[in-house]
Design a protein around this ligand. Structure first.
Ligand SMILES: Cc1cc2nc3c(=O)[nH]c(=O)nc-3n(C[C@H](O)[C@H](O)[C@H](O)COP(=O)(O)OP(=O)(O)OC[C@H]3O[C@@H](n4cnc5c(N)ncnc54)[C@H](O)[C@@H]3O)c2cc1C
Length: 350
């Protein structure tokens, strides 16, 4: 069982920044995310796009912002349960919480912050009758660990950034990479399209377009796919089939936890601390709603800050908290590190 002060469901930018604000208040955090890596929408949907409305950054790539947030919270040593979905939330008799994931990992926390964004990202699946029979038996909708594909034959389907980027990356890992797309044109970053063209010319990527995968074959594990191209139907042997057709967000299990939900978002008390109708459960970032709500990263950061103050007061009843600027107080990491501004020089002037 994992125990922590504040359990954060969702490791997007809001959840990550909450770790920093909680750390300043000496609260230990653990994050759960359904995705295999932190960063939420920024990592999963637009890592290479520049963001222009983060205070202090005239422009920052979404992926770089996540890297910086991870660097900023490192000193507070947060725990991560990645690749698992928080599926049940139980309030225990003593007012603490138990959150269990779809893989059975049990988390115990004094307070819970839901930073679930638009929800968990569900992969868009190909319309192939028996696709479910081969899920996790050769059909993968996410590349969780590229090493799985080392020296294997793989087929990737799709025409966006994920399909292009993973084809490029796995061309140096897998025995063979075949990229199949139903159009000749790809909707991705120009440099990725050009790189795939280059790898195709070098014989490192086998490109089949315009074509569709219409069938899967194999005894227990996938062994071949059926491809339709220009009216021709043929089979192609493969060890893995990775359809990367995009992701759709779903609030999922969170919707069954007894929270007040409006238009697929959790209603919170925005006049105070972003607490939900369940005492001790907060909702911050894109996942919440209140009058005037804006689904922006900087709004999530603000909500995370106020939420942490409320959690501190909840866990330390009667203890007065005096707001200190980090420029004055410095930052004491849980790893023993200390960051502080240079001390002013005290020197007598004769
Ligand atoms: C293309 C695009 C461009 C954008 N550009 C900008 C911009 O320029 N500026 C700006 O401010 N905003 C922008 N946004 C919006 C911004 O990305 C969101 O406001 C931000 O990601 C919200 O952060 P979050 O942490 O609240 O949620 P998310 O980033 O959505 O992260 C939520 C995380 O929670 C996880 N999760 C959900 N439910 C569960 C569960 N039950 N168990 C475990 N994990 C769960 C999800 O897997 C996800 O990783 C853009 C969005 C898109 C799609």
């Amino acid at each position: 069982m994992i125990t922590t002060d504040l359990l954060i469901i969702g490791a997007g930018p809001t959840g990550l920044f909450a770790v920093f604000e909680a750390g300043l208040l000496k609260l230990k955090c653990h994050l759960i995310d359904a995705l295999p890596q932190p960063g939420g929408q920024l990592t999963e949907l637009y890592p290479k796009k520049p963001i222009f409305d983060i205070p202090g950054y005239p422009s920052v790539l979404a992926g770089d912002l996540v890297d910086n947030l991870m660097e900023q919270i490192k000193q507070f040593q947060p725990g991560f349960t990645l690749g698992e979905t928080a599926s049940t939330l139980n309030k225990l008799e003593d007012g603490t919480f138990e959150v269990i994931t779809n893989k059975g990992t049990v988390h115990h926390a004094k307070a819970v912050a839901i930073a679930g964004g638009l929800g968990t990202f569900e992969p868009r699946k190909p319309l192939i009758d028996n696709v479910a029979d081969y899920e996790e038996k050769g059909v993968d909708y996410f590349v969780k660990n590229p090493e799985v594909y080392r020296d294997k034959n793989i087929v990737i389907a799709g025409g966006g950034d994920s399909a292009l980027d993973w084809s490029i990356f796995l061309a140096n890992v897998a025995k063979s990479v075949t990229l199949i797309h139903r159009r000749n044109e790809f909707r991705g970053a120009l440099d990725s399209v050009e790189k795939v063209q280059e790898l195709k010319n070098k014989g490192k990527i086998n490109l089949i377009t315009p074509a569709e995968v219409t069938g899967l074959k194999g005894d227990g594990h996938i062994e071949a796919i059926t491809v339709e191209q220009d009216g021709n139907v043929f089979d192609l042997e493969t060890d893995y089939f990775i359809p990367l057709f995009g992701l759709t967000p779903k609030l999922g299990s969170i919707a069954n936890w007894g929270l007040n939900i409006e238009k697929n978002a959790i209603v919170v008390n925005n006049a105070l601390d972003y607490q939900t109708n369940i005492d001790g459960v907060y909702a911050i970032g894109d996942v919440n709603t209140y009058p005037g709500k804006l689904k922006l990263i900087l709004c999530g950061f603000h909500e995370a800050t106020l939420m942490c103050q409320s959690v501190y007061n909840r866990l330390n009843p009667g203890k007065k908290y005096v707001l200190k600027y980090t420029t004055v107080s410095g930052v004491d990491g849980f790893d023993g590190s200390r960051k502080e501004a240079e001390k002013a020089v005290v020197k007598k002037i004769d």
